[in-house]
Design a binder for this molecule. Structure first.
Ligand code: SAM
Length: 338
């Protein structure tokens, strides 16, 4: 059905080209549209609107087509940047996400924050340096594909490889504290039992480490940490805090701002972030589409991860560059690490 379109890049206005594609055929749309009034791509295309409302309306027209062509099990990821006008931060990404939600066609699954390790240090003495951007992950139904373990999985491997085997004395100090405490005999027995269990979890690498707080021996938790913990200390005399470390999948991803030698495009997004999202949201041979392909990052990563790609870009010179990148990248499964 999509045979001619697969692993191709189309030149033109994505709104018109998307309309030609059949419904419910794409597994993942991942893209970074032009930012509002950045004026990096001449007068053609989205981003040159006079008001932020017009810009968002134009983006929504594209988004609606994206929703139409995405499979029920698929997802749509939009990465948007913000803009100061007259020293006022417009919160453009969030305005867009709120409008999308108003239309009730998709669900916002996550707002993944890309933390820039090397942000552009703009020298405004009265502003902090902006160093993050959201990637909104929308799903079309509750049946969306989501391979949570594949997201940043190298951290787990790294953690396991580098984990100092939990020594025999792990938790020893807590056993001593339990004995010294004024917990009742029953409370002490329960504390020893739960402490032994959590030590086993740490030894098996299921958790990175843990802390224990015992009544009248440790400061009571307060603020956001209180709640259940306080109740546990009051009711059973202790609480155990498990530290999951890297094995917990957080909604942040750290990556450098991409600079590719010889890249003709002014605003490339990081291959690493795209890689992790493609692994999270698709399987091999799935179809990944980027309606604002730019220098081809989405297609390059999709090819590397053995997914099919479709790209759309309005400027032919970027397409030429993207094709060059695609020739240089063979289809193999090597992944980037940060
Ligand atoms: C932020 S850039 C994308 C960069 C890309 N993620 C990369 O890594 O190279 C947005 C791209 O959208 C293109 N564009 C703008 N309006 C368009 C439209 N209506 N249809 C297709 N492409 C458009 C611009 O030429 C620009 O290359």
């Amino acid at each position: 059905m999509l045979d001619n379109e697969l692993n191709n890049i189309f030149c033109g206005d994505c709104l018109e080209i998307l309309k030609e594609l059949p419904p419910e055929t794409i597994d993942l749309i991942i893209t970074s549209p032009p930012y509002f009034q950045q004026r990096e791509y001449g007068n053609a295309g989205i981003g040159n609107e006079k008001t932020v409302e017009e810009y968002i309306e134009n983006l929504l027209k594209v988004f609606r087509q994206c929703v139409r062509i995405t499979k029920k099990t698929g997802s749509i990821v939009f990465n948007l940047g913000d803009k100061y006008i007259d020293g006022n931060l417009l919160l453009v990404p969030y305005r867009f996400a709120i409008e999308v939600q108003r239309e009730k066609q998709v669900k916002l699954i996550n707002e993944l924050t890309w933390v820039k390790i090397n942000p552009t240090p703009k020298q405004d003495p009265k502003k902090l340096v902006s160093s993050k951007e959201p990637f909104f992950i929308f799903a079309k139904s509750n049946e969306y594909y989501f391979n949570k373990d594949a997201f940043l999985e190298y951290k787990d491997k790294y953690l396991k490889g580098n984990k100092k085997a939990a020594g025999n004395d792990i938790g020893k100090k807590y056993f001593e504290l339990i004995e010294k405490s004024n917990l009742s005999i029953e409370e002490k027995a329960r504390a020893r039992k739960e402490l032994s269990e959590v030590i086993m979890e740490a030894k098996k690498g299921k958790i990175e480490s843990f802390r224990m707080k015992i009544r009248d021996m440790h400061a009571l938790p307060y603020g956001g940490q209180a709640g259940g913990r306080l109740t546990q200390i009051e009711n059973k005399g202790f609480t155990i805090i498990k530290i999951y470390g890297n094995s917990i999948r957080k909604d942040i991803i750290e990556s450098t701002v991409e600079t590719i030698k010889g890249n003709v495009h002014p605003a490339v997004y990081p291959e690493f972030v795209v890689q992790e999202l493609i692994k999270l949201l698709t399987k091999e041979n799935d179809i990944v589409l980027d309606p604002f392909l730019g220098s081809g990052t989405t297609a390059v990563v999709a090819k590397r991860l053995k997914r099919n790609y479709i790209g759309i870009e309005i400027h032919p010179e970027y397409i030429e560059y993207a094709k060059q990148r695609l020739v240089e990248i063979p289809s193999y499964t090597l992944e980037l690490f940060i």
